[in-house]
Design a protein around this ligand. Structure first.
Ligand code: ADP
Ligand code: MG
Ligand code: ZN
Length: 677
């Protein structure tokens, strides 16, 4: 099953079409040459003469035989002595008249002329005559030649021919010639033009000729070399997909039971959680070819190309069953139809329709399983999700603690991890990280290790890598004035202290005033102790308090505020708005859900993304509530900081000295019990 596929796949994809095309070209060329040759040869062999001359010759009995075609008459003329001159004559009529007058042309069956001579004698006569008449002409025996003349409407032709006793035949229109003229030549010309233009356009990108056959992209990956062992933390997804693997491996088991395996499986989840990886792993586990195409590849410049690709894809897949077709980023083609207008949309709708037809087109048990991945299930067309199509949805969500640890283990395979490295601890420090983020952490750790010349990746490297992934790279070159530095130190300490004295806030993990990333001049890293799926109102309020703590500290200490708190304010407002609009936690607004989250898997920070769907009145009430909530939280933050002003100064001073403080040092400074990590 596996060994037979690899070579043929490539061959059918590439080789035969090339041979075929060259064959066609060869044939066309051959026919063309042949035809041109024939025409040319005819031009040389046949002398075209005017019809009147033909009639004259006929009258003189010089026409030996002829074939009468639809449009022309061809035949053989045996000139008599006199008519030899006309060979060289410019104007046939002028040459003809004296000839006819001077020489009585005697032939065997001549009716009008009485004098008759033997055929053998005609040559000397002709010779002598031409010598006498035109001295310049070579004294040559007139040769028999083939003639051709365009046929003129002449009812007496047959009678004349019979009279002269000429052997004549009728001819049907030349089939080959007709065919070439009418069909091969124009088609050949058009094909040539097409080829020429397609070459021109082809150089810009996709070849127009390669429309339907998406060619190289569709070459199946016969061994993805990925198995379920390479995917961690997605146990449910793996469990669900195991069924697909079993089906691909032992289809007869399902067929005998009459069970229908789902044709389409949709993997939904945030970016980087391993959807693509899982799809490859299914193919790797089942050891079947893997046809992979991205949704965006379907949408082409020309309307209809995408649809052709879909057709092609399913056709190829059917030929290689059992196999897996994987459509990555399905939302690129699978968007709700009829929402937008324009040419791009036409193309996408056609492609989508073809996709739907394709999904319906094959029997469930033929052995083709279509996997698709998206992080925008909300925008997909309903028709795609109905039973018989992508009816099975598997959520591939961000991994939990155990999953993160397993993913870290997978990605540290084959890397020199120091014995002191505690992957569990790193997993604890990275809630909300996706598989791709974790892979990045391990890689960054390796890079950091290499940078300081280490041989094994230690715990510190890993933690630094986490920080780098969270907050961006350190920017040591950014010089701040001592005054600014002091402000930043108090700001960050404000965050940390408010969090430390709020019951429900996340544990302060690290405080730093080393600039990082694009904007942050310093940061306070707070991490939840556990993965949190639900949050209560007090927890959210404590979170807001912590966010406003920085600004509160600036006000308490310097009695003025800087621009550094903008980001904090934005996040705090977003949380407050969500509490009231989405979770019904407002007091006066109450239990309504008046806002739409744009996408469950791609939340973009900032309250601007919540789409309002309520009345003006409610919106006003919401604004008031948000303000009240923020004002309350801010007041509480300031209260906490005023109350612990001595600690604020102490921690900020330490921070200025060391630039970073870890969780333990911070706890020691404010004399709180050590964190249980
Ligand atoms: P998605 O398609 O969901 O956006 P990918 O499958 O492309 O994400 O994942 C990107 C990379 O992240 C993978 O190549 C892999 O290295 C890593 N990765 C993501 N999720 C996992 C996981 N669950 N287990 C192991 N590695 C993972
Ligand atoms: Mg992907
Ligand atoms: Zn801040």
């Amino acid at each position: 099953m596996k060994t037979s596929v690899p070579q043929p796949t490539k061959k059918t994809g590439n080789l035969p079409p090339v041979q075929w095309r060259s064959l066609i070209w060869y044939l066309i060329l051959m026919f063309g040459t042949l035809w041109v040759w024939q025409e040319a040869a005819r031009q040389v062999v046949y002398r075209t003469i005017p019809y009147s001359e033909f009639k004259d010759d006929l009258e003189h009995g010089e026409v030996v035989e002829c074939s009468v075609g639809q449009d022309d008459i061809q035949g053989q003329i045996q000139p008599k002595a006199a008519s030899a001159t006309e060979k060289e004559a410019e104007s046939t009529t002028t040459a003809k008249t004296p000839t006819a007058a001077n020489v009585p042309p005697p032939e065997n069956n001549a009716a009008s002329q009485a004098k008759s001579t033997a055929p053998s004698a005609s040559a000397p006569v002709a010779k002598s005559h031409s010598e006498t008449n035109e001295a310049s002409t070579q004294p040559k025996a007139p040769a028999t030649f083939m003639f051709r003349t365009v046929r003129v409407e002449d009812p007496d032709l047959v009678r004349d021919l019979e009279k002269e006793g000429v052997k004549f035949t009728g001819v049907r229109p030349g089939f080959m010639s007709e065919f070439l003229w009418a069909w091969v030549l124009p088609i050949g010309f058009i094909a040539l033009l097409w080829w020429f233009f397609s070459k021109r356009i082809g150089s810009l990108g996709q070849s127009v000729m390669s429309f339907g056959s998406s060619g190289a992209k569709l070459v199946a990956d016969t061994d993805t070399k990925v198995t379920f062992n390479d995917v961690a933390g997605e146990e449910e997804a793996k469990y669900e997909l195991q069924e697909v693997v079993t089906f691909l491996k032992h289809p007869e088991r399902y067929r005998s039971l009459g069970a229908k395996i789902p044709k389409g499986v949709l993997l939904v989840g945030p970016p980087g959680t391993g959807k693509t990886l899982l799809a490859r792993a299914v193919a790797g586990e089942a050891k079947v070819p893997f046809f992979s195409i991205s949704g965006s590849e379907f949408v082409q410049m020309f309307v209809g190309v995408g649809a052709a690709r879909v057709r092609d894809l399913f056709q190829q897949a059917k030929q290689h069953a059992p196999c897996i077709v994987f459509i990555d980023e399905l939302d690129a083609v699978g968007r709700q139809r009829g929402v937008h207008i324009g040419a791009v949309n036409d193309e996408r709708e056609q492609t989508l329709n073809q996709l739907l037809v394709g999904l319906d087109g094959f029997d469930a048990n033929v052995g083709v399983v279509v996997l698709a991945a998206t992080n925008r299930p909300d925008v997909l067309d309903r028709a795609l999700l109905r039973p018989g199509r992508f009816d099975r949805q598997i959520v591939v969500d961000a991994p939990d603690l155990g999953g993160r640890e397993a993913i870290l283990k997978i990605h540290s395979r084959g890397k020199p991890i120091a014995p002191d490295a505690d992957l569990r601890k790193i997993a604890q420090e990275t809630p909300g990280f996706s598989g791709a983020d974790l892979a990045n952490v391990v890689n960054e750790a390796a890079l950091l290790t290499a940078r300081h010349g280490g041989t094994t990746i230690g715990q510190k490297d890993l933690e630094d890598a986490v920080e780098k992934v969270v907050a961006g790279p350190e920017r040591k070159s950014r010089r701040m004035t001592p005054e600014d530095k002091r402000r930043v130190a108090y700001h960050e300490t404000g965050h940390a202290l408010v969090a430390a004295y709020s019951k429900h806030a996340d544990v302060v993990h690290k405080i730093s005033i080393v600039p990082r990333g694009r904007a942050a001049l310093g940061y306070t890293l707070q991490l939840p102790e556990n993965d949190q799926y639900l949050m209560s109102r007090p927890e959210l309020i404590d979170r807001i308090k912590g966010m406003l703590g920085g600004r509160a500290a600036e006000e308490v200490v310097f009695n003025e505020i800087t621009t550094g708190a903008e980001n904090d304010l934005e996040h705090a407002t977003a949380v407050a708005r969500q509490m009231i609009c989405l979770y019904g936690m407002g007091e006066s607004v109450g239990l309504v859900h008046c806002g739409q989250e744009p996408n469950p898997f791609l939340p973009i920070p900032g309250d601007g993304m919540i789409q309002r769907d309520c009345s003006e009145e409610t919106a006003n009430a919401i604004d008031k509530e948000v303000r009240k909530l923020l004002d309350g939280a801010y007041a509480e933050s300031k209260q906490i900081l005023r109350q612990h002003r001595d600690q604020l100064d102490l921690v900020a001073g330490e921070l200025l000295k060391h630039e970073t403080l870890d969780a333990q040092t911070f706890k020691d400074l404010i004399k709180q019990p050590a964190v249980a990590a």
